[in-house]
Design a protein around this ligand. Structure first.
Ligand code: MN3
Length: 193
């Protein structure tokens, strides 16, 4: 299926000062848009043209995988953010306590994984096939969708995600990321089967 660039679920200036309008304008309007356009050019006329995006991710490799997976990852990332971040609800809080000891310990594990991701990549909270919650890092375009894990939350740690606002200071980007996490979206992903 042709991929699309969904509009951001908030205005470009809604996440400032944690994520600036300039960052969102480039990250969504140029980087994400380019992945979508390139993916559509690459799958046109191939066996992938009519498949759902997740199927393309599971079956493809090389340039097609890179662009389709990046389109999926960014679509998911925008939904993980909100200008009205509210604390995790009870069910999610309990699941995080069970997996990591406490919500704060989960946040510090996730932050460390994001900061320690070498080069370009993503940090994820996922539900594994056995139901347990895990924090994982993926490189470049790689995504837990490929390995059959269910993504619950992600943070893009490619430099284009933070260089305009934080230059080389990825840890500062992570501190600000927690101010704009959409915990309701994370909880919905936990509920979904
Ligand atoms: Mn990105």
């Amino acid at each position: 299926m042709a991929l699309t660039l969904p509009p951001l679920p908030y205005s470009e200036d809604a996440l400032a000062p944690h994520m600036s309008a300039e960052t969102l304008s480039f990250h969504h309007g140029k980087h994400h848009k380019k992945y979508v356009e390139t993916a559509n050019q690459l799958i046109a006329g191939t066996e992938f043209e009519k498949l759902p995006v997740e199927e393309i991710i599971r079956r493809s490799s090389g340039k097609i995988f890179n662009n389709v997976a990046q389109a999926w990852n960014h679509d998911f990332f925008w939904k993980c953010l909100t200008p009205q971040s509210r604390p995790a609800g009870d069910a999610l809080g309990k699941a995080l306590e069970k997996g990591f000891g406490s919500v704060d310990e989960f946040k510090s594990t996730f932050t460390k994984t994001a900061v320690d991701t070498f080069g370009s990549g993503w940090a994820w909270l996922v539900r594994d096939k056995d139901g347990s919650l895990k924090v994982v890092s993926t490189s470049n375009a790689d995504t837990p969708v490929r390995s059959g894990q269910t993504p619950l939350l992600t943070c893009d740690v490619w430099e284009h995600a933070y260089y305009i606002d934080y230059r080389n200071e990825r840890p500062k980007f992570l501190q600000n990321f927690w101010q704009i996490v959409n915990w309701e979206f994370v909880a919905q992903n936990l509920d979904a089967r």
